[in-house]
Design a protein around this ligand. Structure first.
Ligand code: ADE
Length: 419
């Protein structure tokens, strides 16, 4: 294996402090680490991960390593790597490939180097590692026992691969676990997107019109937080049920052509392409701020924005002003890449505790069950969801009730009705 490719190893000390901080806020994953340390379930297993290189990811990496795994990690986004964390992991002896601001060639080069580990398990955030293994590195496929996928955009790609019969190994859709999307996508994205928007702009949200494009779990979280800040929240949707839900959650719902005219801040969270495009930029008010919370940088049509603009200048880190015809100014955050990880630090540790505990148990599931699994996309175990939720409640000092024997009996019978 090639030694790590990172920005600056001298940042390791700073990174280590941040990882300590994350560990203090990830009690469930730390509990799993304790268990893995004793049992070594990943002994002789090689894991290649393509994830955001953050302090929380470092806690996952250390946890899998404590269970005996050999690990190589590469960045899953050009702008999300925290260089101090990458340095710290490299100093600890992990194979790390990533730095903030790498270009597209470097990005895929690093993925290929990571695959040189000849992994037994792949862990992805948006499927670029699996994609590369299935295209440029097919010789590795027979050795891969399974994979885990972290995010909605990745699960979408995997399901299409499965449908076309090209997916060559089993992959657990970690994103579909309730311990992931109900918390990470909603509360994680809800908070961290505003963290990113505020670090990049430091504007007041109260009194602004925030347009949230897409009302999936991320959109729901972003809208709830925008409302909490005192914004007037507008939702745009293409899916009728989601649109109705948004309306009954108390938000205005309208087509993007209408919303484009009134929005002060636009946040995309659809997982789809060009949901804000040239025709919308033309309708926007001067001063409008554009941010993307989806995984890929395709939701805002940045190419058209570049073409439309006459002048471009960086106002502050991660905030670029585009001047269009008639002097209209639009502000694009983080180049249209995911704003929470590019302008801030991603989701807080407490929420990643649940997401990465789900990842850790999904990896363990592959170790234990891979011989019985065919290529395809698998749901995360319901039993493990409950285990994670109970551990999280316990860590938060929250006790809940359990069913009485009368209630259990009632729930398993059909004879008792009106009385
Ligand atoms: N995705 C969103 N937030 C993240 C974080 N803090 N670490 C890793 N992946 C993330």
């Amino acid at each position: 294996m090639k030694k790590s490719r990172i920005k600056d190893i001298s940042l390791a000390k700073e990174g280590a402090l941040k990882i300590d901080w994350a560990e203090a806020h990830m009690p469930v994953l730390m509990k799993l680490r304790q268990k893995f340390s004793g049992e070594k379930p990943f002994k002789n297993w090689r894991i290649a991960a393509c994830l955001h290189i953050t302090k929380e990811t470092a806690v996952l990496v250390r946890t899998l390593a404590a269970g005996g795994a050999q690990i190589a990690i590469t960045a899953c986004n050009p702008l999300s790597t925290q260089d101090d964390i990458a340095a710290s992991l490299a100093l600890e002896g992990f194979y790390v490939y990533g730095w903030r601001g790498l270009n597209n060639n470097e990005y895929y080069e690093n993925i290929e180097i990571t695959l040189d580990l000849k992994p037994d398990i792949t862990i992805d955030d948006a499927c670029d590692l699996i994609f590369t293994a299935h295209t440029k590195r097919q010789e590795l496929l027979p050795n891969i026992k399974g994979g885990c996928e972290e995010t909605t955009s990745g699960v979408k790609r995997l399901k299409i691969m499965e449908g076309e019969g090209v997916l060559k190994y089993p992959v657990i859709a970690v994103n579909s676990a309730r311990t992931k999307h109900l918390f990470d996508n909603r509360y994680g994205t809800g908070q961290s997107s505003f963290d990113g928007i505020l670090r990049a702009t430091n504007i007041l949200i109260a009194g602004k019109t925030v347009v949230v494009v897409g009302y999936g779990w991320c959109g729901r979280g972003i809208s709830a937080r925008a409302k909490g800040f005192g914004a007037n929240v507008v939702i745009t949707e293409v899916e009728p049920i989601a649109a109705l839900e948004a309306r009954m959650d108390g938000f205005m719902v309208m087509p993007i052509f209408e919303a484009a005219k009134i929005g002060d801040i636009f946040v995309t969270a659809t997982g789809n392409k060009y949901v804000i495009a040239e025709e919308h930029f033309k309708l926007m008010k001067t001063g409008a701020i554009l941010a993307n919370a989806g995984h890929f940088n395709i939701e805002i049509d940045v190419i058209s924005l570049e073409k439309l603009s006459r002048k471009k200048r960086t106002i502050r880190p991660n905030c670029v002003e585009y001047t269009l015809a008639h002097g209209k100014r639009l502000y694009l955050l983080s180049e249209g890449r995911l704003v929470n990880l590019s302008s801030a630090e991603g989701h807080p540790s407490e929420v990643m505790d649940m997401s990465f505990s789900t990842q850790a148990l999904a990896s363990l599931f592959i170790v234990r069950n891979h011989k019985d699994l065919k290529p395809g996309v698998y749901e995360f175990s319901k039993e493990d969801e409950q285990k994670i939720a109970l551990l999280k409640l316990e860590a938060m000092g929250i006790k809940i009730d359990s069913l009485t024997s009368v209630q259990k009996k009632y729930l398993s019978s059909w004879q008792e009705g009106t009385r």
